[in-house]
Structure formats: C-alpha cells, structure tokens
Design a protein around this ligand. Sequence first.
Ligand code: GUN
Length: 284
Amino acid sequence: MTAKILDGNALAQKLRADFKTRAEALLASRGTRPGLAVILVGEDPASQVYVRNKVNACAQAGFHSEKISYTADVEAQLVFDRIAELNADPKIHGILVQLPLPKHFDSDAVLKAIAPEKDVDGFHAENVGALMQGHPRFIPCTPYGVMKFLAEAGIDLKGKEAVILGRSNIVGKPMAMLLMQASATVTICHSQTRDLAFHTRRADILVAALGKARFVTAEMVKPGAVVIDVGINRLPDGKLCGDVDFAAVSEVASAITPVPGGVGPMTITMLLANTLEAAEREAR
Ligand code: GUN
C-alpha cells in the first residue's frame, strides 16, 4: 500500500484564503482588523522561526500583528505588565506567548495572565478546562490543525483506535480530548510506556508528537493506519524531518502527513482561525 499524502500546504492555503475574505468583511462591516500579539522571550532559534512565520502569516491574511521580543534575562514583571496592556488593547484580539519560556519564568502564571478571551493558543487554565468539558473557547492550534486534516480527508473517527505518542499540554493532552470527543477510543503513550509498539500497532489513527527524529518505523504501524506526524526535528545535515520514518511508513499507512509541509502549516493556519474568531466574537 502506498499512503495518500495529506498536503498541509494545500489545505492551509485553502483555509487562509477564506480567513482573508472573512477578515476583509469584518473590516468593511465593523471597522475591525483582527490583531495578534506574539511575545517571544529569549533567542531560541526554532522559536524565532516560528514567531516570524506567525507574524508573516498574519500579514498575508490581512491581520494586524505585533511582535514583542525580550532578552532571556528580562524581569518577569515587565512581561506581565505588557500582557496586561495587551489585554486592554482594542487592536489586539489574540495574545500568544511563544513556549518554551526561559527557566526563571513560571509558564503557568504567564499563560494565566492572558485574558481568556484573547488566549488564542487555548493554554489558559480556564480554556483548558472548557476544552475538557467539551465546550472549547479556543482549541489549541496544533491538535485543531490535526482534526481539520482528518475531517478534510474524510476519516471517520467513531469507534476507531487512536494512539497518541506524547503527553504535552500543547499537543498530546488536547489531542486526546478532541479525538475522544470525536468518539475515538484514545490511548496516550509517553516515555514510560511499556511496549510502545504493542500500542502503536493497534492504532487506526496514530499521532506522533514526541520529538524524536524518525522514531516511528514501518513495523510499528498497522497496515492501513492514518499517520499524523507532529514532530519537527533537525537532522545533523540541517534538513528537517518528523517523528515518523516517512519513506518506510508511507508504504504501510493509508494516509500520512509529510514533514515539512504537513501539520506545521496547519498549526499557523489554526492560529489565524482562532484570532479571526476572537475578533469576530468581540465585534458581535
Ligand atoms: N511552542 C511550540 N508550539 C507552540 C504553540 O503552539 N504555541 C506556543 N505559544 N508556543 C509553542
């Protein structure tokens, strides 16, 4: 079997064209331009790339955006003060603090300082709770993108075995909630899981989000499974690769996302979706 390749760039482009139209309509009808503030603390090269991509995506969709950068040794209070200003700023509908933060920051406290109505990452404890209760205000962008992929590919999740590798707050945990709410039977595996391959081989839907280059091999995948690769790893030669051995697994799976060009562009697309939604709600 050769898997169908789920093209994140194509789906992202289609959705972003629609968001641009909606943003223009909001500007014309209410004088509101969706606005996103992105806060970056420190000089992590990967975070710098992600933040630049987020700001560029806003510009292309006709959104207002502000990038606010601090050196890693910034006093935390300065960041809290800036978040308070952004919470009150009518030009800003979404606030995102790029993670991870330097070690001297209490990340939970920073995320909690963001007004829940502007928390377009969906990481504020109130929004995490709302997602868990089944009425999300904002769905975290990466798992949201994965759900869009699955919907676009017409994959029925009801009663399916879904296995997630990774238990992070950003991907693994919200991914589990969404798949469960879509009536899949969900297993979360992590670094302490015994016999990982036992679980992965049972998966109809396998989501890899553990951050280890080409960790998922063909032998770990059930023939016909749908494989979603959330990993972005840099190889010694500088090339990017996912958590899945793409070449081998695409011979076994029925559908697979590539890296790059799979989940990555969808994450940023769903950030635009959440920012637009925040602006539309505010203008209602
Ligand atoms: N770092 C890695 N992924 C994300 C994300 O989705 N949002 C934020 N804020 N930081 C991240």
